[in-house]
Ligand binder design. Structure first.
Ligand SMILES: Cn1cnc(CNC(=O)c2cc(-c3ccc(F)cc3)cc(O)c2O)c1
Ligand SMILES: [Mg+2]
Length: 214
């Protein structure tokens, strides 16, 4: 019986991190991915930029597209004020099952709502499901060819308000060229590129922060 990489990542968290201590969970995953097996978490270098943006926005409602093992979910949720929430969407049920346990180990279940399903199906249901008007921050880290259609869908569903922030991972590697072109050209967004590296490597990558101007 062979374990999967997400299962081995969860085991490393349960072995090396302290229950209820989100920072130790983040550290344990970064250590596992640097020393044992690469995994597609946003990582520590881009993670610090994510932390800066979360702290600056101080959001009440965050939408994360692409949970994977919950690393960035934990990074975001650990910085939120008491009643703030992260709604995170994961298409792959196996990833979601691991993420649920990583988030629980960090003790952040009360701040996180994990949904298993497709972003295209769930974005139109957000308002009614969660009784919210708009998202203060959206972290895009799912399939790169979904960044643009899902951004247009969020606009159409009225989920972005003046000042909502979009933060997109991997705009260079693997890349999201159509998304990048859209947010940089559109008069509805003010965009800024944060140059960094692909998680745990020396390959260039970066985050694109885009403010919705309404
Ligand atoms: C299957 N799946 C479920 N969710 C997703 C969405 N995420 C990605 O695709 C993703 C991919 C990479 C990456 C992979 C191989 C490589 F050589 C270089 C980069 C890095 C990331 O940070 C990512 O977020 C994919
Ligand atoms: Mg990513």
């Amino acid at each position: 019986t062979h374990s999967t990489r997400p299962q081995r990542l969860l085991s490393a968290v349960q072995k090396n991190a302290t229950r209820g201590d989100p920072s130790s969970v983040v550290k344990a995953i970064d250590q596992f991915c640097r020393q044992k097996e690469w995994a597609m978490n946003v990582g520590d270098e881009k993670g610090c930029i994510l932390d800066l943006v979360v702290s600056e926005v101080n959001p009440t409602f965050v939408l994360e597209l692409g949970t994977y093992c919950g690393y960035s979910t934990v990074r975001i949720a650990r910085l939120l004020p008491p009643h703030a929430k992260v709604i995170t969407l994961e298409f792959n049920p196996d990833f979601a099952a691991i993420a649920h346990q990583v988030i629980a180990w960090a003790g952040l279940e009360d701040k996180v709502h994990l949904i298993v399903g497709a972003s295209g199906d769930w974005i139109p249901k957000m308002k009614e499901q969660f009784g919210l008007n708009s998202f203060d921050l959206v972290f895009l880290d799912h399939w790169k060819d979904r960044y643009l259609p899902d951004t247009k869908l969020m606009e159409e569903c009225g989920l972005l308000r003046q000042g909502s922030i979009l933060l997109a991972d991997n705009v260079i590697c693997p890349g999201a060229p159509d998304y990048l072109d859209y947010v940089r050209r559109s008069s509805q967004y003010e965009s800024q590129y944060f140059k960094s590296h692909l998680e745990y490597t020396k390959v260039e990558d970066g985050l694109e922060k885009s403010i919705f101007l309404g």
